[in-house]
Design a binder for this molecule. Structure first.
Ligand code: OTU
Length: 651
């Protein structure tokens, strides 16, 4: 990268006067100068990675100049309401770390029918304290099976079944009026096979062939596949698809999802244009789908390559100049050591994504639930590298995907578990096949070669609610609900933006009709993507119902969380051992407001924690702010019921 600073200087010297002219002319002196300042602030974070990625392929100077003009044009063309958001968030760059941030994830059609329908449901979300709405893929997908929208044919249009671009803009504006942010998916790794770029490539257009990775024969695919894991071994084995008259196309996921070749600078430019366009629609957060897969290298698993991070850093810098209100969220469901890097936690910090899914927390919560033992959970989470204070996790329990058992061999080994056996136990337990298991999930993508499998099922079903309801067992129903809320109490306390997955607030069961749609029948992830049950939602204020109890639990979690400064993101979470194998204990500190301790019991029995030994250092007049008992904290001990939880706050 040695020549990059020199190049950066050149570019800046040449561009600055012109950018200043344009920006001041478009936005006036105050705002125009801010654009110039952003360019000065971020240009190195843009130029260095681009230089490292593309210098051998393109005239980097000309390429950078071209991109920067696009970026500046976006900045100067932003609407006034969006520039107000830019301004606010530049003044308050940690806005997304607030304790009052609560996320909600849903499918547009399954939640509200269409985008205008979602607008009508915002009061419902407000009841849950939601400040961040992640709408599942909504850009125009291919017809038929499109992997839940992750196979896009047109990044500039909204799926006509869901609405229009204007509807998206109106929804974003509504959300902003309510202080809510909008997150949407951006599928960066691949397009649909029917995307015009892919169609042109298939027709022989050389420029577009270079957008994808297409091989004339099996030689290279075979070489890559020696070290490539399969993502969908059942449904879409291998990582390449033979397309007649075209060749072998790299398709990491389904055969209709063609991987883009990010080694081609024109792919970078094209996706940047897409991103810049979306920032203009009022989108606040882009979920970068399948980020780890962007760069391929023979002899590796083709995930988390260093170039992936360079790409994200360069895109990040572009957006920081063009639309500083907008955040990136990494969807990198990878091992913990690799995961933190998406937040910029490399040996040297580099601004990268602002948010990333804490999939390790998610996996470790389920692991603790099945084993009634938090030793592995505590060990694995404590071992993670600290994340930069300017970033935040999104914490979650369930999402639309399967659960893959990302249990690191060294973590399992360190606590005396056989990693393969433990992963196998988790799959067997949550599929319900394990003797005495309360869970009712299903195996996803069982790999006959490696023996690995993942799990599908709603949170409620995995917590035992479906099995309890099937036998009308009131006691087990109660226990299942406690498990669900206790798991979520950790998600809400961990320090990040907690994401509530649509339907969990009503403990929705697995969708019994998931396979009825032929486009879904081969993919059992649809069992945990049930349509919103609005008649169940109508019972949410009735405490005599399951829905009423769960919903009230979530409302309470949100309300209490919002008042606890220590739960804001941006500072480390400390896990400690309160002297019980079944109790996960964590402490969050805030410099001015005192700490919060969150306790979650994963055991079948109540646990009594003597205050002196289990919770040392906690201020005498601390209060129980959340928990079965509520109210005052005994000076002597804390009792956690089976599957119960408690939050204790220092005054
Ligand atoms: C993502 O998931 C989406 O969340 C899935 O719904 C899509 O099917 C997929 O991309 C393709 O677009 O492997 O099993 O490390 O784990 O990107 C799901 C990230 C997946 C991958 C993740 C991927």
């Amino acid at each position: 990268m040695s020549a990059a600073p020199e190049l950066a200087r050149l570019v800046l010297d040449e561009l600055l006067p012109d950018v200043r002219n344009r920006a001041v002319k478009a936005l006036g002196g105050v705002e125009g100068e801010a654009v110039v300042a952003r360019l000065e602030q971020h240009h190195l974070d843009l130029i260095e990675p681009l230089f490292a990625l593309y210098d051998k392929k393109a005239d980097t100077t000309a390429f950078v100049r071209r991109l920067l003009y696009q970026v500046v044009a976006t900045a100067t063309g932003r609407s006034e309401p969006l520039r107000v958001l830019d301004r606010r968030r530049e003044v308050d760059p940690r806005w997304f770390q607030r304790a009052r941030q609560i996320g909600y994830v849903c499918y547009v059609d399954r939640f509200g029918g269409d985008l205008p329908g979602v607008r009508k449901r915002l009061d419902y979300l407000a009841e849950l304290g939601v400040t961040y709405l992640h709408l599942m893929p909504l850009l125009k997908p291919r017809e038929g099976d499109n992997d839940g929208g992750y196979a896009v044919v047109d990044y500039s249009s909204v799926d006509p079944g869901l609405g229009t671009v204007a509807d998206l803009e109106s929804l974003a504006a509504d959300l902003h009026t309510r202080g809510m942010a909008l997150c949407i998916d951006l599928v960066l790794n691949h397009t649909a096979a029917e995307h015009p770029w892919a169609v042109a490539a298939a027709a022989g257009d050389q420029a577009y062939r270079a957008f994808y990775r297409i091989f004339p024969d099996r030689e290279m695919p075979d070489r890559y596949e020696r070290t490539l894991p399969e993502v969908f071994p059942d449904r879409a084995p291998g990582s390449f698809t033979h397309v007649p008259d075209v060749g072998w196309v790299w398709t990491t996921f389904n055969s209709f999802q063609w991987d883009l070749d990010w080694a081609n600078p024109e792919v970078f430019a094209a996706m940047l244009a897409t991103i810049l366009e979306l920032t203009g629609r009022g989108v606040d957060v882009l979920r970068l789908d399948a980020a780890p897969f962007l760069w391929k290298r023979e002899g590796t698993d083709c995930q988390n390559q260093p170039e992936v991070h360079l790409i994200l850093q360069a895109l990040r810098a572009c957006v920081a100049i063009a639309a500083p209100a907008v955040l990136f969220k990494a969807e990198a469901i990878v091992a913990p050591q690799q995961l933190v890097q998406y937040l910029g936690a490399h040996d040297r910090f580099r601004p990268e994504c602002d948010l990333a899914y804490h999939n390790q927390l998610m996996v470790m919560l389920w692991s603790a639930l099945a084993s009634r033992d938090v030793t592995l959970t505590r060990h694995a989470l404590s071992r993670m590298r600290r994340t930069p204070p300017s970033t935040a996790w999104v914490t979650y329990l369930r999402c639309h995907d399967d659960i893959g058992w990302a249990v690191a061999d060294e973590d399992a080994g360190a606590v005396g578990l056989d990693p393969t056996a433990h992963r196998h136990f988790l799959s067997t337990f949550f599929s319900g096949d394990y003797e005495g298991s309360f869970a009712r999930g299903a195996l996803f993508q069982h790999n006959r070669r490696t023996g690995d499998s993942r799990i599908s099922g709603t949170a409620a079903a995995l917590c035992g609610l479906d099995s309890a309801r099937a036998t009308n067992d009131r006691v087990q129903t109660d226990v299942a609900l406690r498990r669900l809320l206790t798991l979520y109490s950790v998600v809400y306390a961990y320090g990040g933006i907690p994401l509530l997955y649509m339907g969990d607030e009503l403990a929705l069961p697995n969708d019994p009709h998931w396979a009825d749609d032929p486009a879904h029948a081969a993919d059992n992830r649809w069992m945990h993507r049930p349509p919103m049950d609005w008649s169940a939602a109508d019972r949410r204020h009735d405490p005599a119902t399951v829905e009423g109890r769960v919903f009230a639990g979530f409302v309470r979690l949100a309300r209490v969380r919002a008042g606890l400064l220590a739960l804001r993101a941006g500072s480390p979470t400390e896990l400690f051992d309160p002297g019980s194998r079944s109790v996960l204990a964590l402490r969050r500190k805030h410099p001015s407001s005192g700490s919060v301790v969150a306790l979650a019991n994963f055991g079948d029995d109540a646990v009594l924690l003597p205050r002196d030994s289990a919770l040392p250092g906690l201020a005498q007049d601390s209060r129980m702010v959340l928990g079965a008992e509520g109210g005052l904290l005994s000076p002597y001990d804390v009792t956690l019921p089976a599957w119960g939880h408690a939050w204790i706050a220092e005054p």
